[in-house]
Design a binder for this molecule. Sequence first.
Ligand SMILES: *Cc1c(COP(=O)(O)O)cnc(C)c1O
Length: 443
Amino acid sequence: MKYRSTRNQSPEVTLEDAVVKGLAPDNGLYMPLSFPILPSEFIKALPSLSLSEIATRVASALFGEDIKECDLRNITEETMNFPIPLVEVTSDILALELFHGPTLAFKDVGARFMARLLGYYNRGNERIVNVLVATSGDTGSAVANGFYNVKGVRVFVLYPKDKVSKIQEAQFTTLGNNITALEIDGNFDDCQRLVKTAFLDKELNEKLMLTSANSINIARFLPQMFYYFYAYAQAVKSGKDPDSIVFAVPSGNFGNITAGIIAKKMGLPIKRFIAANNSNDVFYNYIISGNYNPKKSVQTIANAMDVGDPSNFVRILDIYKDSHKDILTEIDASTYNDSQISETLLKTWQRFGYLLDPHGAVACRALEEKLKPGETGIFLETAHPAKFKETVEGIIKENIMIPERLAEFMKGEKINVELSADFSKLKEFLLSTTLDMRVNEVV
Ligand SMILES: *Cc1c(COP(=O)(O)O)cnc(C)c1O
């Protein structure tokens, strides 16, 4: 499969090039040239297949021409080595728990796949790939942990000072080795802007091989479709109507929901999607008005969704060929402020004994308000509630347990580099690291 840019102003590339480059030279995002349609026998057989069988089949449809079957199978199986259960919250609202991986957030899936794929392409060569990643919290931890000690890869995590939770920060500032945490004096949009500017800077790109592990990278975002197939499989297996399934996705940069939309284009019979936003409502406004007006992001208790100009919006436009009308037939949207998010989190805990995290709460509420009779709603529970301990405890007024895996991170020593939100400072820092390339030889 070849990959093309959403701007159509640069050449088609191979999977390897798309992954290593991250962003296309014309500043567009890479997309597969076509969406392979999975056979209907496969869709019918889904309820009888395991997560790793499903992931391997979907991966092979997408990447099978580019990677040897046994290697692809290894990459996929290693990526998906944790459970992704579908849990009933009410009789027609189900939570897809994506937080059972190493950093307890759904981004583990894409980050682990991309790390393994880059490791695969780096076998037997000496090059060093520098991964730049902007994070509002969870991407940094998933990418840092996914890439920790991967040969030939160095990771720079850019995160906004004082805007990520203590637990999130500990997950990428305590690893060391090939992982460097850069604390930026600004907000998430500043971090994202710095990363994008770096990819376009001629001198930096001549001296360093740079790529992105944000969801603009196809190897991060496409594997996220595996679990839509698996969620559907579990729902049908438990007796839900196969044509009734609606996904509500807590959305920030819109990578997760875009992966789901592509799963639908590849033949998964998803009825429709609801993009659930916090107060950062540019997509919601686009849905109701047809106008896309990026805004400065505002801080909310669902901080991983505090994005004012979602990077994958262009992919959605690309899939639907810029037709607002066509988008409306498959995607709905909703927006909730912090007090609505808190209210849903509290009520769901009191009424159903199900503890949401603030992100999942946004999507759960969207289903409560928007699900039509006969529909089955699945919301993506994108992170473990304990990742937002202070917020969640403040809402339910009870202490929550921190899973062992999370507690481990808190024990490490924090090491980071503080930088202003000025691009020249980031550039200077990155160029200075070319001098100590040897750090990478140990990993
Ligand atoms: C990243 C993140 C999101 C948003 O996902 P996108 O793919 O950027 O839309 C939602 N919830 C959590 C917990 C996240 O970490």
